[in-house]
Design a protein around this ligand. Structure first.
Ligand SMILES: [Zn+2]
Length: 281
């Protein structure tokens, strides 16, 4: 997940980089690229280094198009544009630094790759989580609408890494749906763009995108709780299934990571988010 209104990347680029399939060569790590002048300010770079060190992760900024073989569907992306780098770093720091270090460790997150034109098998994506390598790929936004989606995607993709879907937990989750409901049975009229918001249109679900699968359901509810907690609360007030899912999700997170207590959720509402600083808006 998630969607972007982007055109498919040119096949020629994929062919070009496919000649150099070595992952470490294709992903330029900001931390090891000390000789290369980057367009971002020292302050921003220091912030990202601080975050990377705090969570024990790598923040990678590819300096060339990349092509990663994944489950027979290549993940592709391009370097981000210089003008978007500062805004991208600010947004990431604002959204990610709220998390306890222990939760990031539990998730297995090892690397975050910031890029543009992110796609899987040519299909544009706002984010991709690869649990096998602990990597989160994130599309860097080009305008304020994409920035809001980007913020949502950071939390959605992060939750995919946290969500190891123990079968017992998944069964408890699915039991909260209406007995006649089946994941994947709803038509997503707007495709992936049915994400990024709290509609409460379908009983038990934060939005239509959440009806795709139990994993997407949980990732969407988690992102909504972080980004739109008041809206989730409003829907919970009239939707017992949503209320039960919210309680179960919070209970499971607290079980995985004791720091994800009610204290964490009460601080979420106080997170300061700058208004869009993405150039080209
Ligand atoms: Zn997803």
């Amino acid at each position: 997940m998630n969607s972007r209104a982007m055109t498919a990347r040119p096949a020629t680029v994929v062919v070009l980089v496919a000649l150099f399939p070595c992952f470490p060569c294709l992903i330029g790590c900001n931390r090891t690229d000390s000789n290369q002048k980057t367009p971002t300010s020292e302050t921003k770079r220091a912030l990202v280094r601080e975050i990377a060190d705090k969570y024990g992760i790598e923040c990678d900024f590819p300096n060339a198009p990349f092509w990663i073989a994944f489950d027979q569907r290549p993940i592709t992306g391009d370097p981000i544009e210089r003008r978007n780098l500062n805004a991208c770093l600010s947004v990431f720091v604002e959204e990610f630094e709220m998390y306890p270090v222990s939760l990031a460790a539990k998730s297995g997150l090892k690397r975050i790759v910031f890029c543009r034109d992110l796609a899987i098998a040519g299909e544009p994506k706002g984010g991709i989580a690869v649990a096998q390598t602990g990597t989160m790929y994130l599309e860097v936004p080009q305008d304020s609408v994409q920035e809001r989606h980007h913020r949502w995607s950071i939390h959605h993709e992060f939750f995919h890494l946290i969500d190891r879907s123990e079968s017992g937990f998944d069964a408890r989750w699915c039991a909260l749906n209406s007995p006649d409901f089946a994941y994947g049975s709803r038509l997503l009229v707007g495709g992936d763009s049915e994400s990024f918001t709290v509609t409460g249109d379908v009983e038990g679900f934060v939005n239509l995108y959440a009806t795709r699968s139990s994993r997407e359901d949980r990732a969407e509810l988690f992102a909504a709780l972080v980004m739109r907690s008041a809206d989730v609360q409003r829907v919970c007030g009239k939707d017992a299934r949503m209320r039960a899912k919210t309680l179960l999700l919070k209970e499971h997170l607290a079980y995985l990571c004791p720091e994800m207590s009610e204290d964490f959720w009460s601080t979420i509402g106080r997170v300061k988010r700058t208004t869009s600083s993405v150039k080209g808006d």
